[in-house]
Design a protein around this ligand. Structure first.
Ligand code: SAH
Length: 204
């Protein structure tokens, strides 16, 4: 997976590659899908949601420029795989999921792997997680119509936020950088994510 899907493309960050090599992706998918866990595609994880393609996970992670001492907020825990990758690369991960059954399963795997620097909660993540803010980096793994303002507010300065923004079919990955009180948004790549549902996302 790392050689064929990441190194052969544009994933060069050593810490991203190391985390992607270490985290057992097959544990984050259903037994019936184990054989396809390392394939170059997303997979269903139940409740109509998906675990992102390995390359997209690596691409978004690399864009955060993590050094190891950061506090990172993830919106959309899903299978827990992206949070697990982040947890190997920063100090603490806070992750929010709105579907109870997915969060319960992700927590079970975090415990099994002893990834104890991940804290999670069931909530509408478009509101962020004010209690532990500001965050050095924020990653949203579901697509919304705009960048939720609470997330911009809860981002540290300097800080980096990555999110798919668009309609409910296609989105563009946007990187928002906060620096010296200013905010700059860059369009990265075209992507397809499941809906970000919530107060600052799509209606149910
Ligand atoms: N990062 C996940 C990707 C899961 S797909 C992984 O590695 O597997 C996106 C997830 O976002 C879904 O589980 C969906 O339920 C969740 N989601 C959508 N809107 C949300 C919201 N407002 N708050 C929290 N989670 C949300």
């Amino acid at each position: 997976m790392v050689q064929e899907q990441l190194l052969s493309r544009d994933i060069f960050d050593k810490r991203t590659i190391k985390a992607m090599s270490e985290v057992p992706r097959h544990l984050f998918v259903d037994d019936a899908m184990r054989g396809r866990a390392y394939g170059d595609h997303p997979l269903p994880i139940g409740a109509g949601q998906t675990i992102s393609q390995p390359y997209i996970v690596a691409y978004m992670t690399q864009a955060l420029h993590l050094q190891g001492d950061e506090k990172v907020l993830e919106i959309g825990t899903g299978s827990g795989y992206q949070a697990a990758i982040l947890s190997r690369m920063c100090d603490k991960v806070y992750t929010v999921e709105r579907v109870d059954s997915l969060l319960a399963e992700a927590r079970r795997i975090f415990d099994k792997l002893r990834y104890y620097n991940i804290r999670s909660k069931l909530d509408d993540g478009t509101l962020g997680w004010a209690e532990y803010s500001p965050y050095d980096a924020i990653i949203v793994t579901a697509g919304g119509p705009t960048i939720p303002q609470p997330l911009i507010d809860q981002l540290a300065d300097p800080g980096r936020l990555i999110i798919p923004v668009g309609d409910q079919h296609v989105q563009v990955l946007q990187l928002l950088e906060k620096k010296e009180g200013k905010v700059e948004v860059t369009n990265l790549a075209g992507v397809r994510f499941v809906d970000l549902v919530g107060e600052y996302g799509w209606d149910k």
